[in-house]
Design a protein around this ligand. Structure first.
Ligand code: PMP
Length: 365
């Protein structure tokens, strides 16, 4: 960000002067870089996805000239089929970050407090500020084992958002716990952000028919290797989807471009590839955890495509810097309670081996 003088700042809306924007994990240009900082998938998307993107240009001279389908109907249909829900229960957006923004606007901007954990996806406080509900947000501490305590979500509120499995802790909550939260809050919307659900957590999508206050949000960025495409989606009953559509059509009518629609369809149709890739990542994760524990790390029980790990008697910030000097980027949050942890994206076995070897032979020797 350039240095802005108070005089220049006078042009800014007062609200914008106060914003503290989200800081995405960096995308550095370092030679021989091993990038384990933003939970991207180490494997490529289905070859059918790549072919579908190429076909968009090859099959239509007008692909770039014409607007895409504002409803992205083909994509919604493919998601509905793969998720076993009617298409009326599907909403799509430009990454789940955009879907989450619409969720905040559609359901959470009201006078009652919204509840979310103290350690969770750091975009929630940013959206709270952006939509002017920071003062109403109630931050609920995780317990000492970094777990969500369901009873804490049984108090008056205007909405609840829980990441499952949680990030950056990687710990998952069972569906019965989610149901307990839903049943205790029949008059507010409960959002389950399932960005990492495909790596071993049971999805709350199967509860959507039963609960008229549930919104489940997912992304193609992690388990479908499509972070560069920007496709996220929400599943909920039609009266909630209608609110999201109203917000979306008041903001950007064409959030999903033609390439993203085609690629997304191909990805959701290639279920075999998807399942095989998720299993590969899970296997690599389990080996990585084993190897990190052998080096003395304490690793939280992960159901995600990343691990959250701390090494007793070593400063996590220093470890992060030492790894960086060796070309390995991991995510470090200098925040209360978690400033001795590293969040490490699961790479391929070869990538994880480089991390473990570098720790063992260069940093901890
Ligand atoms: N939710 C959580 C918990 C995440 O970690 C992320 C990735 N930063 C997102 C949502 C957003 O993912 P995307 O916008 O790539 O779909």
């Amino acid at each position: 960000m350039p240095n802005i003088t108070p005089e220049q700042m006078r042009f800014w809306s007062p609200d914008v002067r106060e914003l503290e924007p989200y800081v995405p994990g960096e995308q550095p240009k370092i030679q021989n870089l091993l990038k384990l900082n933003t939970n991207e998938n180490p494997y490529p998307p289905s070859p059918k996805v790549v072919a579908a993107v190429q076909a968009v240009l090859e099959n239509s001279a007008d692909a770039l000239r014409l607007y895409p389908d504002p409803d992205a109907t083909a994509l919604k249909q493919a998601i509905a089929k793969q998720q076993h829900v009617p298409v009326e229960q599907v909403f799509v957006g430009n990454g789940s970050d955009e879907v989450l923004a619409h969720i905040f606007k559609a359901f959470f901007v009201q006078d009652k407090p919204i509840l979310y954990p103290d350690i969770t996806y750091s975009f929630y406080p940013v959206y709270s500020q952006f939509f002017g509900i920071s003062a109403q947000s109630k931050i609920i501490p995780l317990n000492d084992d970094f777990e969500i305590v369901v009873d804490d979500y049984k108090q008056p509120n205007g909405g609840i958002i829980i990441t499952n499995p949680n990030a950056p802790t990687s710990i998952a909550l069972g569906l019965s716990a989610i149901e307990e939260v839903l049943q205790a809050n029949p008059d507010s919307v409960v959002v389950i952000d399932e960005a990492y659900v495909d790596f071993g957590t049971e999805s709350a999508v199967k509860l959507v028919d039963k609960y008229d206050n549930l919104v489940v949000c997912q992304t193609t960025s992690k388990s479908r290797s499509l972070a560069g495409l920007r496709v996220g989606f929400a599943i909920a009953q039609p009266h909630l989807i209608a609110a999201l559509e109203a917000v979306k059509n008041s903001f950007n009518s064409f959030p999903i471009d033609r390439f993203a629609i085609a690629a997304g369809v191909a990805s959701f149709e290639d279920q075999d590839y998807f399942e095989a890739q998720c299993q590969k990542v899970i296997k690599c994760r389990d080996t990585l955890i084993y190897d990190l524990e052998a080096l003395g790390f304490k690793v939280l029980p992960s159901k995600a495509n990343f691990v959250f790990a701390t090494l007793p008697n070593h400063d996590a910030g220093e470890l992060m810097k030492a790894l960086r000097e060796k070309g390995i980027i991991v995510r470090y949050f200098n925040k209360p309670r978690i400033n001795q942890f590293l969040r490490i994206t699961v790479g391929t076995d070869e990538q994880n081996q480089r991390l473990v070897d570098t720790l063992r032979n260069d940093i901890l020797k």
